[in-house]
Each structure stands twice: as structure tokens, then as C-alpha cells.
Design a protein around this ligand. Structure first.
Ligand code: AN0
Ligand code: CP
Length: 323
């Protein structure tokens, strides 16, 4: 595997899930695979889970790990070509990428959407430059439009906790005071469409996800209706994807104070089928979800985060096997 952005990069999803469960039983099974191989993890944005779980995954495989926080000690990087560099950015990505690549065998990238220019974000401009100019396998640790390590961990979590063969899984938009990317819901939708689940998306009008990710998934604008009989509730905020209103790309469409009835609470959970609550974290309590729901017995947020180590171990293993 030379690049990891989409669910299709893993090939047979059932096989990948089997591999995940095998690694979960013995996470050091492939501890020799990464001997004398180095993973470089490049962060253009903050992270807690991705930073820790991906390092741990690389260590499970016997790899060396280097973490670079671009905004904490490195030269500020210009990412666009053709710019006269007379501002605060001292180095261009086009030199920095081959230099970074010379010290490692695999590169992970965290680079969020700028949420200003839809075409720039949806072309995965920063990630694709790493693919093109590093000559090394590259994997997404949340890029402009996708977060596949998260979606893979989410799918593993659903597999572990489902109580029927084909569970109903609902992705629900929830309010947030700041504009957030669409990467998490995009990947979650893409992965749920590929998995054997009954998948429904619910959000206020205007937040329609890009069809490239939403596919044929059912959209139900009435959140209570969507929640009826659900086995899993996956909450997340995202800003306007600009599908039905391109001029509003990256914006919050209504004041969040007016949207607080979308906050996941016992009121909605009561109509589910003993629904389990999921969120990728970090989460703003009493904005996305109430204290009692996230703290309740049906909350999966901690096992879900723990499975990030497993998804990352499978992905790095696949990459190492292709070196
Ligand atoms: C990020 C997002 O919504 O994409 C990262 C989530 C894993 N969240 C925030 O910036 C709060
Ligand atoms: N879920 C997730 O990716 O969390 P971090 O942003 O803390 O890495």
C-alpha cells in the first residue's frame, strides 16, 4: 500500500477487519516487520489521539518514530506554489518534503482543510504533494477531506459491539461554535457505505456531504426520525461542505445557539434500539452531546479511541509489507 486515504486502499474490508481483530489479540505479533524502518509523522494541526496511537502502532511493529510539529519549532512552511515568499513562511514544502523523506521510510500527514477554497481542499493539495515529491508511502492522519484511520477504528468498534448482523448506524450532525472540517463525516460515510450496515445520515439542510463520500446513503432531515431503532449513533459537527450552496463552503449556516436541539441527549437516545453513542473526540460536552449520554453505559467513545492503535497498526503493517 503506497497511499492510504480511502477505504478502497485496504482492498477487501472483511479481510482488513479480520487482521485488526488478530492484531488486537496480539499487537506485537509483527514486532520484527518494522525493524530499522522509520515512520515520520508530520502534524500541521493539533492532535492527541492520532499522535499517540500512531506512534504506539509504529512501535508495535518495531519501527523508529519521528514526530514533527510543523508549528512548534520547524520553519513555517509555504504550501502553495508560485507565491512570493515575503511573509512569515521561511521554507517551501517543495524543498521540505524531499528533505523529510530522506530521513524515513513512511510518512503520515495531518493537514486539515483550510475551509476557504473548496477546490484546493477537495483536491487534497497538501497530501498529494507529499505523495508526489517524497517518493515514500504516505498515509492520512486526517487530511483536508478524510480521516481514514478514525473511520477504520470506528468500524472495528461497531464490529465489536454490534448485537445483530446488520446494525442501523446513524451519522448525526451536532452543533459547534467553530467551523470544523468535513473529514471525519466524509470518511465515516465512505466506510459505512462499504460496510454491511443500514446507514442513515441526518443533518440540517445545507450540510449535505459531498456525493463522493455520501454515495447512496439515506439522508433523513428529521433527526428524531433518523434515530428511531438505531443501534449506533455517531455524532459529529461539520461546516458547510458547499454541495448545495458553494458560496457557503466552510461556514456555519446558523448561530449555534439556535441549533442546540440537535445536541445528542437522552431525548433522542430514548427512541433508539439501545443505541450506542460514538464520537471521534475531542468533543465539546453539552454542545455535541450531553454529560449523561457521553458518560452513560452505552457510550463507546473510550474503546473507540483505543481502537485507533489497532487501525494504525494494520495500516502501517500493510505499508511495511509493500516496501
Ligand atoms: C477536528 C475535526 O473536526 O476535524 C479533529 C477531529 C478528529 N476537530 C477539531 O478541530 C475540534
Ligand atoms: N480523533 C482524533 O483524531 O483525535 P486527535 O485530533 O486528538 O488526534
Amino acid at each position: 500500500m503506497k497511499s492510504f486515504l480511502n477505504v478502497s486502499d485496504l482492498g477487501d474490508l472483511n479481510k482488513a477487519l479480520e487482521e485488526a481483530l488478530e492484531i488486537k489479540k496480539d499487537r506485537y505479533k509483527y514486532a520484527e516487520l518494522g525493524r530499522h524502518k522509520t515512520a515520520l509523522l508530520v502534524f500541521f494541526n493539533n492532535s492527541l489521539r492520532t499522535r499517540l496511537s500512531t506512534q504506539k502502532a509504529a512501535q508495535n511493529l518495531g519501527m523508529n518514530v519521528i514526530v514533527l510539529d510543523v508549528n512548534a519549532g520547524a520553519w513555517k512552511l509555504e504550501t502553495e506554489r508560485g507565491v512570493v515568499m515575503d511573509g512569515d513562511k521561511s521554507e517551501h514544502l517543495l524543498e521540505a518534503i524531499p528533505v523529510m523523506a530522506s530521513y524515513c521510510d513512511v510518512i503520515g500527514i495531518r493537514s486539515f482543510a483550510g475551509l476557504k477554497d473548496r477546490d484546493y481542499d477537495y483536491a487534497e493539495t497538501v497530501y498529494e504533494q507529499f505523495v508526489k515529491y517524497s517518493g515514500k508511502p504516505v498515509f492520512a492522519m486526517e487530511t483536508a477531506t478524510v480521516h481514514p484511520l478514525q473511520a477504520f477504528a470506528d468500524l472495528i468498534t461497531i464490529e465489536e459491539h454490534k448485537s445483530c448482523r446488520r446494525p442501523k448506524v446513524v451519522l448525526t450532525w451536532a452543533p459547534h461554535p467553530k467551523s470544523l472540517p468535513q473529514a471525519v463525516p466524509n470518511s465515516f460515510a465512505q466506510w459505512m457505505n462499504a460496510a454491511d450496515v443500514d446507514f442513515v445520515i441526518t443533518h440540517p439542510k445545507g450540510y449535505e456531504l459531498d456525493p463522493k463520500f455520501a454515495g447512496e446513503a439515506r439522508v433523513e432531515y428529521d433527526q428524531m426520525k433518523a434515530f428511531e431503532g438505531a443501534d449506533f449513533i455517531y455524532a459529529k459537527n461539520w461546516s458547510c461542505p458547499g454541495v448545495t450552496c458553494p458560496e457557503k463552503y466552510g461556514l456555519i449556516l446558523e448561530d449555534y445557539h439556535d441549533m442546540l436541539d440537535w445536541t445528542v441527549s437522552q431525548r433522542q437516545m430514548a427512541v433508539t434500539h439501545g443505541g450506542k453513542f460514538m464520537h471521534c473526540l475531542p468533543v465539546r460536552r453539552n454542545m455535541i452531546v450531553t454529560d449523561d449520554v457521553i458518560e452513560g453505559a452505552d457510550s463507546l467513545v473510550i474503546p473507540e479511541a483505543a481502537n485507533r492503535e489497532i487501525s494504525a497498526t494494520v495500516v502501517l503493517k500493510r505499508i511495511l509489507e509493500s516496501l
